[in-house]
Every structure is written in C-alpha cells, then in structure tokens.
Design a protein. Structure first.
Length: 163
C-alpha cells in the first residue's frame, strides 16, 4: 500500500516578507459589499515612491541613493524627470513590505537619529498610505554631505597654495 502523505513545497530562497506569487491586493467595502466589490492592486514601484517621498521629508537627509544612482538622478533632474524611488528597494509580499533605503546625511546631524527617523517615517507612510504591515526597514548611510562641498565657485579663480 502506498503512503499518501501530502507533500509540502520547500521554499527555494529566503525572503524577508510573506512572499507569494500573487500581486498585492486589498479589498475595499466603503459603500456596501454587494454594490462595490473588486480588488485593488498596488505596484511595487508605487510603494517604492511612497517610501522615497517619506524618507526625503526627514530633516537631515540630503539625498537618497548611492553615488551612481545620484549621478543618474542629477541627469534626470536636468531633463525634468525625477525618480522618487531612487535609493529605495522594496520587497513586497502578500501582506508585508520590507524596504532598504540608502541615504546621504547632512553634516553635522547625528546619523543614528536620522536613520531612526527615516525608519519611522517610511514605516508610517507604508502603513497609512498603502495599508500593509512593515516587516523591516533597513537604512544604509552611504555618504555625508558637508555644506560648501558642492557650492559653485567656478566664477572665481582658485586661490593658489604656493607663491
């Protein structure tokens, strides 16, 4: 007689959220359940933008993204196309979101404080605007911006160090 135990698929990769192969969906019943039914699908890029906007609003955050991302962002800004999700990567499950946010902090703002405020702001925005649970938010501080480093003093000749 054959053994008829059900087989349980084993996950092929580790995930930070409750990952399922279906899109993010929520149901809404604002009017009545019978009059307005359907499902809402929120794209991962929308969640990234929400997180990016929330992180940019934190005092002490100078920019989002690493060096290459900021360079491409500067080019996009010149042509009038800003990427609000720059420096943000999200992993979206069925009911949870995990986010990685890369920031540049202004000097001399306390970096741990800024990172914690970014975590709180991004978590609050995702919870309130998207309506999903936040599994984790990792903040990477990629650089520190020192005021005066990027001032345009090209009009004045550089001061000579030797006489």
């Amino acid at each position: 007689m054959a053994d008829t135990k059900p087989t349980v698929p084993t996950p092929t990769s580790t995930s930070r959220v409750d990952k399922v192969a279906t899109p993010v969906t929520t149901t809404s019943s604002a009017v009545t359940a019978s009059a307005a039914t359907g499902k809402t699908v929120i794209a991962d890029s929308v969640i990234s933008k929400v997180a990016g906007i929330a992180a940019r609003e934190v005092p002490g955050v100078y920019a989002l993204g690493g060096g290459a991302a900021r360079a491409f962002g500067a080019i996009r800004d010149v042509i009038g196309s800003t990427d609000l999700s720059q420096g943000v990567r999200v992993e979206v499950g069925e009911t949870q979101v995990a986010a990685d946010v890369t920031i540049v902090v202004e000097y001399p703002v306390p970096m741990n404080s800024v990172a914690e405020q970014v975590r709180v702001a991004v978590a609050q925005a995702i919870t309130e605007l998207v309506g999903m649970e936040v599994a984790e938010i990792n903040v990477a501080i990629n650089d520190v911006h020192i005021p005066g480093d990027d001032d345009d003093n090209d009009d004045q000749p550089a001061e000579s160090r030797v006489s």
